[in-house]
Design a protein around this ligand. Structure first.
Ligand SMILES: Cc1cc2nc3c(=O)[nH]c(=O)nc-3n(C[C@H](O)[C@H](O)[C@H](O)COP(=O)(O)OP(=O)(O)OC[C@H]3O[C@@H](n4cnc5c(N)ncnc54)[C@H](O)[C@@H]3O)c2cc1C
Length: 413
C-alpha cells in the first residue's frame, strides 16, 4: 500500500494497537500499523526456551478471563487454555510461612482492601499506603504484593485508581503464550516493523507521521504508546499537546520483571505452587514453582527492588533469587537452579516499565489520556482504561474503543 494512501495509522503494535488495526482492517479502512520493534506484541512477549517451553516475559495471565476478549481470540487460534487457579489465589507453601501466619496475613490484606474500597472514592484522592493499619504487622508483605500488582509501592499509588480496577477473579493462561496469541492476532494486517514514530504533525489537513523509515501521511492516527514513553515525548506532537504529556506523567509504568530458572528434581514441589522470599519486608520476590508442571521457577520482582536489581544487572537478579531461595531451602538448593532468562522491562526503550499505575490525585489522568483530539487523533493502550488498566485485555478494549471512535469520526466528516 503506498504510504500516502492511508486513512488511519496505528502507532504501536502491542495488544491495543493490534486490536485497533484488526478492527479497522475488518471494517474496510485503509490502515497501517507502525511498530518500533521487529515484532508485534509489545509488553506481551512469548519466547521459546531451549527445552521448547513457551516463556511469558511480559503478560502471562488472562485476568478477568470470563470477560477477557483474548480468550475468544486464543480459542479461534486453537490454543490450549489452562484454567488452573493461579498460585496467588491459593495458600502459599509453608516454607518460612506457617499456616497461622498465612491466615493472619490474608486477613490483614483483606481488611486493607476493604478500607480502600470504603474510602478510596472520598476526596481527596490519597496514596493507598494511608489505608494501611498504622500498627499492622503484615504491612511490608501487603506492600510487596502491591509491587507485584501495580509495579510500585503503596505510597506512590492513587487509592482511587487502585480501587477502580475491576477484577472478576477468574485467571487463565494460554499454554502456548499470551504474547504469541497477541502477535498472531496481527498476522495479515498491514504492518511496518522496525518503524519507530518520531513526530506526528497536525498542522496540515492530513497528518504527517515522521518515522525512522520516512514520512507517512494519513487522515487519522491512533496512538497506543506506553504512558512512560509518551511522558518523555514532549516533541512527539506538533503543535505540542501538553495535556496529553501531563496525563501520561500522572500514569507512570510501575516495574515488574520475571526471572525464569531451570529447576532440578522438581517433583519435590507441588505443580503451580508458590512462596514469598521473605514475609517481613517489601523488597522480596515471589516464587512460582513448576508453572504448568514444568521443571522451572518463575521469579517475580516488583517496585523499587526490581529497579535496583535492573540497575545492578542480570547476575545480581539471579544472585538475589538464589540468596532468598537458599535462605528458605538450604544452601544446597543453589545447585538445583540455573538461570534461563530475564527481560529488564524498565531498561527496554520501547516500554520503560511494566504496567501503569496512577499517582495519588491522578486517577482522572486515564480519561484525559484517552480523550480524542480534533476528531483525528485517538489514544489507546492499557493506561487509557479506567477499570482494566495494566492488563492486555485493557489494551484490547481501549484499542477497540479508539478504532470505533475513529470510524465514527470519519462518518462525521
Ligand atoms: C513482567 C510483566 C508481567 C505482566 N503480566 C501481565 C498479566 O499477567 N496479565 C496481563 O493482562 N497483563 C500483564 N502485563 C501487562 C501487559 O503486558 C500490558 O498491560 C499490555 O501488554 C500493554 O499493551 P499495550 O498495547 O497497551 O502496550 P504495549 O504492549 O507496550 O504496546 C505499545 C507498542 O508501542 C511500541 N512503541 C514504543 N515506542 C514506539 C515508537 N516511537 N514508535 C512506534 N512504536 C513504538 C512498543 O514497541 C509496543 O509494541 C505484564 C507486563 C509485564 C512487563
Amino acid at each position: 500500500m503506498p504510504t500516502s494512501d492511508i486513512e488511519t495509522v496505528v502507532v504501536g503494535g502491542g495488544a491495543a494497537g493490534v486490536a485497533a488495526a484488526r478492527h479497522l482492517h475488518q471494517s474496510g479502512i485503509r490502515c497501517l500499523l507502525v511498530e518500533a520493534r521487529s515484532r508485534l506484541g509489545g509488553r506481551a512477549w512469548t519466547i521459546t526456551d531451549p527445552m521448547g517451553f513457551a516463556l511469558y516475559l511480559g503478560c502471562g495471565w488472562m485476568h478477568s478471563a470470563d470477560r477477557n476478549p483474548w480468550v475468544a481470540i486464543a480459542e479461534e487460534q486453537r490454543r490450549t487454555i489452562d484454567k488452573t487457579p493461579p498460585p496467588w489465589r491459593r495458600r502459599s507453601l509453608a516454607y518460612g510461612f506457617p499456616e497461622g501466619g498465612q491466615r493472619e496475613f490474608l486477613e490483614a490484606q483483606e481488611q486493607f482492601f476493604s478500607r480502600v474500597a470504603g474510602r478510596a472514592q472520598h476526596d481527596p484522592d490519597v496514596a493507598a499506603a494511608t489505608m494501611l493499619d498504622p500498627r499492622g504487622r503484615w504491612n511490608n508483605l501487603i506492600n510487596a504484593v502491591a509491587t507485584y500488582i501495580s509495579g510500585t509501592e503503596l505510597d506512590c499509588i492513587s487509592a482511587r485508581d487502585f480501587d477502580n480496577y475491576d477484577d472478576t477473579g477468574v485467571n487463565w493462561r494460554v499454554v502456548e503464550g499470551y504474547g504469541a496469541t497477541i502477535a498472531a492476532c496481527g498476522a495479515g494486517l498491514p504492518v511496518m516493523l522496525g518503524c519507530a514514530v518520531q513526530r506526528i504533525d497536525l498542522t496540515a489537513k492530513r497528518l504527517k507521521i515522521h518515522t525512522v523509515q520516512g514520512v507517512i501521511t494519513a487522515d487519522q492516527a491512533i496512538v497506543t504508546l506506553p504512558s512512560a514513553v509518551l511522558a518523555e515525548a514532549e516533541e512527539l506532537f506538533s503543535p505540542t499537546l501538553p495535556e496529553k504529556i501531563e496525563a501520561a506523567r500522572g500514569l507512570p509504568l510501575g516495574l515488574a520483571d520475571k526471572l525464569f530458572l531451570a529447576l532440578a528434581e522438581p517433583e519435590e514441589f507441588e505443580k503451580d505452587s508458590r512462596f514469598f522470599g521473605a514475609t517481613d519486608r517489601t523488597a522480596t520476590a515471589t516464587y512460582h514453582l513448576r508453572p504448568f508442571g514444568r521443571p522451572q521457577i518463575e521469579v517475580y520482582f516488583g517496585g523499587r527492588l526490581a529497579m535496583e536489581l535492573e540497575r545492578a544487572g542480570e547476575n545480581a537478579i539471579f544472585d538475589f533469587a538464589v540468596s532468598e531461595l537458599t535462605k528458605i531451602l538450604g544452601s544446597a538448593f543453589a545447585h538445583r537452579v540455573k538461570p534461563i532468562c530475564v527481560h529488564r522491562w524498565g531498561s527496554d526503550p520501547f516500554a520503560r516499565g511494566a504496567y501503569s499505575y496512577a499517582r495519588p490525585g491522578k486517577a482522572n489522568c486515564r480519561a484525559t489520556l484517552a480523550a480524542p483530539v480534533e476528531d483525528r487523533l485517538f489514544f489507546a493502550g492499557e493506561a487509557c482504561s479506567t477499570t482494566d488498566f495494566s492488563t492486555a485485555h485493557g489494551g484490547w478494549i481501549t484499542g477497540m474503543t479508539a478504532a470505533k471512535q475513529s470510524i465514527a469520526a470519519r462518518a462525521r466528516v
